[in-house]
Design a protein around this ligand. Structure first.
Ligand SMILES: *Cc1c(COP(=O)(O)O)cnc(C)c1O
Length: 488
């Protein structure tokens, strides 16, 4: 990162009369004055106060702005739980092929057979990888996948006359979207504690499990990067009470081709195609959160799904028990497309290797970080691990997890996920993914260890090389200023 980037706003560069380009004079004769065509009330008194700049200034302005962000193409990005792996550029080339890119979702099935075939196969791949046979590609994010699956569960219980199953159990280490989805779907959430080992506390689960339990939402490996070794006992327990098990499959990166949620007892799961299967993300979308469910839940999936009828692919709207549509058209097809390319490129053996390498990288980084930081839960880890900045030597010098993350920016690294999961104080959650080299992991670990020993004042006032340093995140979220307004 350099700090020579222009901080000037495009409005400050404005000089009256400057233009990027000039249009020729209008050669269509005006038959009527504008005021006769548009009601006076809708006509502006004066032109809008837009910046007046030359083309080169405009290009420099936007190019400089674009270079201010960190991205997976520019920096190591170990954002835990978010799986910021490299997004192969080949996928972009393929997704841009005109035969795919120029399709319109309202075209007749006969003219979209190639895309339908791709989506049909994607459904099959996701069914195979999860061990859950019925798939909906519609949800446009992991969170929406959770919500959709809970709608499916609610419809199933309604159908069976079990509307008393009002509760959804969620471990305290879960992603915040889990309880939010449960509440939005009309359930009441009940938190299940984790034990000191970071795994679901079985006794607490048993105490909270009842005839009113509808669904247990579990993340496995969990957000501490630990595999829930009791998973089969847990799913059997839930099933013995007639409840369903939901697997938050946002991060399948540790288990692809190694184990399957359907095999360890999950009844439903979502995927994050934009995490595990390399859909580009990190700037707020677009996402893709398809869900996979057991046979007996298939009738409730959103319609349409893609089906094969003889040699022809078509969209099936004939689903009387469906929870209905959760997104326009067929989901985020562009992201599903990239995920499809990824799965086809790697094949079953390649996907398994992805997970093996992701777990190896995480354990290597874990060992390096442990040279200077406490990692509260025992290893080995799966695709990620959680360290803590709640250490006496950091506390004495008043250095927080946030300070460390801000300082990492000066070293050219994106921050890990911070203050999540909530079960670890001053959490630093790191997920290196399989696409990083040993050299990068070493450089990152070295930076962390160096920051820990630095002058606390330097760390507390970081970053020193960025234009935006420590914005008020709560204010930014609560009172976003999303457009420029001219000064009065
Ligand atoms: C990212 C994530 C989600 C939510 O996915 P979105 O696409 O951001 O809605 C849910 N659970 C876990 C564990 C995640 O990491």
């Amino acid at each position: 990162m350099n700090n020579t980037q222009s901080t000037e706003l495009i409005f400050e560069l404005s000089k009256s009369g400057r233009r990027c380009h000039r249009l020729p004079a209008c050669d269509v004769p005006a038959t009527k004055p504008l005021s006769a065509l548009i009601p006076q009330a809708h006509l502006a008194d004066a032109p809008p106060p837009l910046p007046e700049v030359g083309e080169i200034d405009l290009i420099r302005h936007y190019t400089n702005l674009s270079a201010r962000n960190m991205s997976i193409d520019t920096n190591f990005y170990p954002l835990g739980s978010c799986t910021m792996k490299y997004n192969p550029k080949r996928h972009e080339r393929l997704a841009a092929l005109p035969g795919f890119a120029n399709l319109h979702p309202l075209q007749h099935d006969d003219t979209t057979q190639g895309m339908l075939e791709l989506l049909f196969e994607m459904q099959q791949f996701l069914a195979e990888i999860s061990g859950l046979p019925a798939v909906s590609l519609q949800p446009a994010a992991g969170a929406q996948g959770e919500l959709t699956a809970l709608y499916v569960a609610a419809a199933y219980f309604r159908d069976k006359g079990q509307t008393h199953r009002r509760k959804v159990l969620v471990p305290d280490s879960a992603h915040g979207t889990n309880p939010a989805s449960a509440a939005l779907a009309g359930f009441e959430t009940v938190t299940v504690k984790s034990g000191p080992d970071g795994l679901v506390d079985l006794n607490d689960l048993k105490a909270k499990l009842g005839d009113d339990t509808g669904v247990f939402m579990i993340t496995n490996p969990n957000t501490l990067g630990l595999f829930e070794t009791q998973i089969k006992t847990i799913t059997d327990l839930l099933h013995s009470k007639g409840a369903l098990v939901y697997l938050d499959g946002a991060n399948m990166n540790a288990i692809l081709g190694i184990t399957r949620p359907g095999d360890f007892g999950a009844d439903m799961q979502h995927y994050n195609v934009h995490k595990t299967f390399t859909g580009p993300h990190g700037g707020g979308g677009p996402g893709s959160g398809p869900i996979a469910v057991r046979d007996f839940l298939a009738p409730y999936l959103p319609a349409p799904t893609v089906v094969k009828d003889g040699a022809k692919y078509k969209l099936n709207f004939d689903a009387p028990k469906s929870v209905g549509r959760v997104r326009s058209f067929f989901g985020n097809v562009g992201i599903l497309f990239r995920g499809y390319c990824y799965i086809r490129t790697l094949g079953p053996d390649g996907l398994k290797e992805v997970s093996q390498q992701a777990v190896l990288n995480a354990n290597y980084l874990r060992a390096r970080v442990a040279e200077g930081f406490t990692i509260p839960h025992p290893g080995p880890c799966m695709h990620e691990f959680v360290a803590t900045a709640r250490m006496p030597e950091l506390r004495e010098r008043k250095i927080t997890a946030k300070d460390i993350c801000k300082r990492l920016l000066d070293f050219g690294f994106h921050a890990p996920t911070v203050y999540f999961p909530m079960v670890v104080a001053e959490a630093l959650m790191m997920e290196p993914t399989e696409t990083e080299s040993k050299e990068t992991l070493d450089a990152f670990a070295d930076a962390l260890l160096k920051i820990k020993a630095e002058d606390p004042e330097v760390v507390r006032t970081a970053p020193h090389t960025h234009i935006v340093t420590r914005p008020d995140e709560v204010k930014a979220a609560k009172e976003p200023i999303l457009r420029w307004t001219p000064e009065k």
